[in-house]
Design a protein. Structure first.
Length: 240
């Protein structure tokens, strides 16, 4: 089985600044490695330990991330604006996936940075999509996917082409060492042009900071009364 693991495809919203006039200023000019990206590569490997994993990323910065974690080769998507809309990014990624022969699994971070993209990617491919994925285990000619479901987990048996949006619960435990990274940079890297023709454009009507909620200040002169007021306020907000 050939799997495509997508990494470094979204801008970090922590680098975004919104001015008083609604203008956006970015402190960075290219996508960053996301918190879920390492797990996207791991899930692709776990789905078929003997299969081929192809890394797919936007063309900027170090492209050896997936290769250092087991991908045999990497493809970079050239020519897509770092600030492209999710519809355009998903279209470019989908077209790049189609250029890889025999792909039956695509893994991508179920990222809070751009939550629309995994679902849009699956829609462009015409494949089903599972989000909030923790892990995957091969079983005969199918995959058993474990994902978060409500307050617990759910196991889903799937077969055929599918997009899995993975969500890491913790940081990567063992990052590749420098020697592994240097060796990964020798693996093949191909290029493809970003094809976004026909993707819909979202119309942005305005940008503003979130509405601030008023603070509640309790008079601490009477500690008991202040504590009671705090408990009542927390209950009214549903915290307690």
């Amino acid at each position: 089985m050939t799997s495509v693991a997508i990494f470094k495809w979204a801008m970090n919203p922590h680098d975004e600044r919104i001015g008083a006039n609604g203008a956006i200023k970015w402190l960075a000019n290219r996508p960053e490695i996301g918190d879920d990206d390492y797990l996207a590569v791991q899930v692709a490997k776990d789905a078929d330990p003997n299969g081929e994993v192809v890394g797919l990323t936007m063309a900027s910065g170090d492209t050896a991330f997936a290769a250092a974690r087991g991908a045999e080769r990497t493809i970079t998507v050239e020519g897509l604006d770092a600030f492209a809309q999710p519809t355009q990014a998903a279209a470019a990624l989908a077209n790049a996936v189609r250029e890889v022969d025999g792909v039956s699994l695509v893994t991508i971070g179920d990222s809070a940075w751009s939550p629309m993209t995994p679902s849009l990617l699956a829609a462009y491919l015409g494949w089903p999509c599972l989000l909030a994925v923790d892990s995957v285990v091969p079983e005969d000619d199918a995959l058993v996917v474990t994902r978060r479901y409500g307050t617990g987990t759910q196991s889903v048996r799937v077969s055929g082409p599918i997009v899995l949006g993975v969500a890491a619960r913790r940081e990567e435990a063992e990052k590749p060492g420098m020697r592994t990274v240097l060796q990964a940079r020798k693996k093949p890297v191909g290029k493809t042009h970003a094809a976004t023709e026909g993707s819909p454009q979202l119309s942005v009507s305005g940008i503003h900071e979130p509405d601030a909620r008023p603070s509640k200040v309790f008079d601490g002169a009477d500690a008991s009364a202040a504590a009671a007021q705090l408990v009542a306020a927390l209950k009214s907000e549903g915290v307690l």
